[in-house]
Each structure stands twice: as structure tokens, then as C-alpha cells.
Design a protein around this ligand. Structure first.
Ligand SMILES: [Zn+2]
Length: 189
């Protein structure tokens, strides 16, 4: 699958989901058994641990389709980066989507400066909040969430291990924003 085809597959699944037409593909016994020895997920999705943003549901995908990295605030530290690189380098995934979401509690906690329990996550999110404040936006939370997703995608595009895959057009890297109410995912970059 090319990166363009992979992004289209995600977006087509999201369209089915948001219009309540989900097909729930690749969730049967046959699919489970054909995946026993190997997996080849076409996309990596980095999303928040938030219970409302499960990628397999939002993109209407099934077993073996998505390599998912979930962590509060969809932040990427060294551990997450290694997981993502594994999928890109060894499982040959064609696209990586870093997805922030509406009303992200992790980002809001940083805005509220109530961060004593999440120092590591805060360190990673804080630059986005600082940047959003400089922009004097009317919706600080939404803008911070979007900038955070873009910042995390930028960590990936700057990875020396991922850059050759991008240059040879084997993989694409995007940031996205998920709207809780409508269910829509919009690419940000
Ligand atoms: Zn969140």
C-alpha cells in the first residue's frame, strides 16, 4: 500500500464511522487465524489513552490493520518513538498518524498548570501550550491540542531512522485532530 492509499483507507473508515455506517471489518475467526504468524498493519496511529478515541473504532478497522501507540496526550518520548520505529522499519507500515482530540484532559491539565502528577507528559506537551498562548487564540485548548499533535509528528519527521523512508516515499507522517462530537478526523499538515 502506498502512503496515499493508506491515508485514504483511514479516512474512508472514518467516514463510515462518523456517518454510523461502520463495517467492522477483519474481526472474524478467519482474520484472526491468518494473522497468527505475522502482522502487516498498514498504518501506525499515535493517539491519546482517552476512552473516547480508540483508533480501531474511529477508523473502522480490525485485527492486524493498525499499529496503535496510545498514551495520555499522544506524546512521543523515546519509548513511544521506538515502538513507532518498529512498525515503520520492520512491519512496513505505510503511514503514521499522530492524532490529538477535542477536550484532551492531558493538554487541559497543562493549561491549568495542575501538573504535579504528570511531570514527564507535561514536559512534552508544554511547548505546544506556550506556542498557542503566544498566538492569542480564542480557543487555547483546541489550538494547544492541535499544535501538540503537530509537534509530535515533527519529532517523527526529524528521526534519522524514519527520514530515509519518507524520502523514498515509503511512509508518510501526519498530524490530525479528532472531533469528539462529530467523530471526524481532520489532517492538520
Ligand atoms: Zn486526551
Amino acid at each position: 500500500m502506498t502512503p496515499q492509499e493508506a491515508v485514504k483507507e483511514l479516512m474512508d473508515g472514518n467516514k463510515r464511522y462518523l456517518s454510523d455506517q461502520s463495517e467492522h471489518p477483519n474481526r472474524n475467526l478467519e482474520r484472526r487465524q491468518e494473522l497468527t504468524d505475522a502482522q502487516a498493519p498498514f498504518a501506525v496511529v499515535v493517539s491519546c489513552s482517552d476512552s473516547r478515541v480508540a483508533p480501531e473504532i474511529i477508523f473502522d478497522q480490525g485485527l492486524g490493520d493498525l499499529f496503535v501507540v496510545r498514551v495520555a496526550g499522544n506524546v512521543i518520548s523515546e519509548t513511544e518513538l521506538e515502538s513507532i520505529k518498529y512498525a515503520a522499519l520492520y512491519l512496513k507500515s505505510s503511514t503514521i498518524l499522530v492524532m490529538g482530540h477535542e477536550n484532551c484532559g492531558a493538554v487541559d491539565t497543562v493549561i491549568q498548570n495542575n501538573t504535579k502528577d504528570i511531570p514527564e507528559i507535561t514536559k512534552l506537551i508544554y511547548p505546544a501550550v506556550k506556542r498557542a498562548k503566544q498566538k492569542n487564540t480564542s480557543d487555547l485548548l483546541k489550538r494547544s491540542i492541535q499544535i501538540n499533535a503537530i509537534n509530535m509528528a515533527n519529532i517523527l519527521t526529524q528521526s534519522p531512522d524514519l527520514q530515509p523512508l519518507m524520502r523514498s516515499k515509503k511512509i508518510s507522517i501526519n498530524a490530525a485532530y479528532y472531533d469528539l462530537k462529530t467523530g471526524s478526523v481532520k489532517i492538520l499538515n
